[in-house]
Design a protein around this ligand. Structure first.
Ligand code: ADP
Ligand code: ADP
Length: 223
């Protein structure tokens, strides 16, 4: 059964100027639980818009988004905020780590903000898998780019989200560090059934995913 389904999803931006931008045009996508999907396409084709809609950061203009049998398009703002917190882990090109917190404090921040308990067993498991277990006391500026991104991935995973949404997560990394991140996503999906949707402009990295979805001019080319 699909964990995520997008039906005729359309997003029209109405900026200050008169010209409306149809950033996403009747997109239809299905993603199965545990799948690792890469989204590719030219700059400005609607990839980030799709990810923001899936993550409940933006509202659609038309169409439906069903995640875990829930229709996001019918949720209130509060319900959408809860959905973002509980079910989605975001990873961005910029790591967005808090500079005055060490790696461990950054990773557990989503839980400590809400006063939620940390599952120590799970924490140890993800930092070991990511190979950052001996960097936990380091401040972000003492870590390489690849290490900072791994900290941000651990932070995205700490709440046990059903889906990881990653927007150009390797955009600031060299090829070796990028490959490490993508191989990690592959392992997460293959061994732990984590569902991952990743935007990349790198065809080589995209080819490591289970499936590639191409978006051009707001249209999904292979649906
Ligand atoms: P991609 O991620 O593929 O580069 P985006 O989803 O960022 O593409 O953008 C798709 C289109 O929507 C572009 O034409 C972009 O200029 C436009 N767009 C994105 N965000 C906004 C916004 N907040 N307001 C107006 N237009 C936007
Ligand atoms: P990567 O291949 O992941 O980009 P780097 O070559 O940037 O790695 O870093 C190599 C090593 O140097 C890493 O183990 C990292 O922790 C350490 N390092 C990088 N930048 C700093 C820094 N500003 N302060 C302390 N250690 C650093």
């Amino acid at each position: 059964m699909s964990i995520l389904q997008v039906l005729n999803l359309t997003k029209i931006y109405l900026p200050g100027s008169k010209i409306a931008v149809r950033a996403l045009d009747r997109a239809n996508i299905k993603v199965e639980k545990g799948e690792f999907v890469a989204i590719v396409g030219p700059s400005g084709s609607g990839k980030s818009t799709l990810l923001y809609l899936l993550g409940g950061l933006e509202r659609q203009s038309e169409g439906k988004i069903i995640v875990n049998n829930k229709d996001l398009t019918t949720l209130t703002e509060d319900e959408l905020a809860e959905y973002r917190r509980k079910e989605i882990g975001f990873v961005f090109q910029k790591y967005n780590l808090i500079p005055i917190l060490n790696a461990k404090e950054n990773i557990v921040l989503p839980l400590s903000i809400g006063g939620e308990k940390i599952d120590d067993f799970y924490f140890d498991k993800i930092v070991k898998l990511l190979g950052i277990e001996d960097r936990l006391e380091h401040m972000p500026n003492e870590l390489s780019g690849g290490q900072q991104q791994r900290v941000s991935i651990a932070r995205a995973l700490i709440g046990k989200p059903s889906i990881i949404l990653a927007d150009e997560p390797t955009g600031n990394l060299d090829y070796k560090a990028s490959e490490d991140i993508v191989n990690f996503f592959k392992q997460l999906s293959a061994e732990f059934g984590q569902t991952i949707v990743m935007i990349t402009h790198d065809k080589n990295l995209a080819s490591k995913a289970d499936r590639i979805i191409e978006i051009i001019d707001g249209k999904v080319m292979n649906q």
